[in-house]
Design a protein around this ligand. Sequence first.
Ligand SMILES: *[C@@H]1O[C@H](CO)[C@@H](O)[C@H](O)[C@H]1NC(C)=O
Length: 501
Amino acid sequence: MRFTATLLACSALFAQLGHAHDVRDQQVRQKRHHDASAAAKIEKRYPPGRETFIPTTTPAYALSTSSATPAATKTSSTSSGSQTTPPPGQYTTGTTRAHVAATTTTPTTCAPPYIATSMITGTGTLPKPTTFVTKVYRSNQLTLNGSPFTIVGPNIFWLCQGQDYGPLGSYTDKSMVREALAIAVAMGANTIRALSCGISTGTYNNLNPYNLEPTFNNFDSAAWDIRDYVLYAAREYGLRVILTLTDNYAYYHGGKYDFLNWRKASLANNGADFYTNRAVMSAYNTYITNFITHVNSYTGVAYYNDPTIVAWETGNELGGYINAEVWPPYSWTKFIVQTIRKYDTKHLIIDGTNGFWNYTTGATSAGLTLSGVDIVTDHGYPRNTGIINKEFSLAKPALKNFLIGEFDWTTTYSSTDLATYLNLIESWKPLVGDLAWNVQGHDPTCCRFISHNDGYSIYYPNANSAADQANILLLAQHWYRMTNRAPPAALVGVACPQPVF
Ligand SMILES: *[C@@H]1O[C@H](CO)[C@@H](O)[C@H](O)[C@H]1NC(C)=O
């Protein structure tokens, strides 16, 4: 039964692609490809620690890190610091993870500067967000001031709290924030996705004392400042921000397992109770409500009323790799949409279900039919034109905008070349947006790059391999075209440091 369903789904896909011959063989090859990449993807923010891993994108001029120093103890007026150790299930789902803060060595030689004819030297290049990006339902288009708007840009996961510089989870140095935003501008972005800004719960087994809600219903007032600053600075640079509200995995910045642990719910079946346990849902409701009603200390604007935020995302990679875990049910996503809509009628909502078409069973996600969802999403590891072709054909008639929220931009891991993938996305303009994973910048002295060994780091502009740097140019040119601007012939430079404000 399952085999038949698989064959039918794949037949349909390959028939559509004009490769109906030898369906079985392609199906097997495609599946293998996916299985290998799925494992890599789930660990992608951590050193994979596998024999097969080749950190081809770690630059020569990166800060070297060691994993010997525990996170610094932080005292705060609002966090008690007496969190009991969570059940072990939370931390044993993957291979070994870095449970300790990175320490940094003193740089001896700085990375060479990159001087280009076009340089981003300050914030003034793009119009500042003053009005909201909205969605026109009958055309399925996102619009800004009456013109089509397509979300493009990089992920910058560490923008509020990092894991590769300073104590684990500590607030990102504001000079690093500014450089990262300038890099996004240089690359042609209009949006960034910053997981650690929206997701900040728990204590990561007492190793990260910096999160916004370290213990249940206890918000640390010191943790707002970096979020307020990132939104303020993004506005100054003319960028919009996607804020994801929880994570499917137990990362240093927190995720769904914190809510399960706080309410002493079962962690079985990859934390499936997150979607059905009323106390757990209520705890997530509390987090979201506190988050979206917070008033920014730099701008005076409540988050629910800030056009710098382009969308809330119900979670990161919920359901795991294309339904490898339980997909969020209709009832749960509806509840989260209602939670957001109680205060916020203006922002777009992204269903954080990871992929919405299961290529094995042909099943589609609940978010695809839920009316409160504006945008559905998938993450491209590896780049696969067959999957996004099929997903576009599902999203379009369902009147869902489609965002590829993360994807592999490298020369290393995907057999589909980047230009082919980006050209396909461009052919769907303005209905499909894309966000690459992930930008890394310099340390606060602008000397070395902060290394992150998941193999997908953009050490902008000049510290990846020559081949990867060529792909970064393709990516930037694609984003300029997606935003109706002439693409640069060479990578636009970024002054470091960026001006302080
Ligand atoms: C599809 O659904 C099946 C059954 O729920 C699941 O085992 C599988 O991991 C899902 N995803 C893919 C890509 O096959």
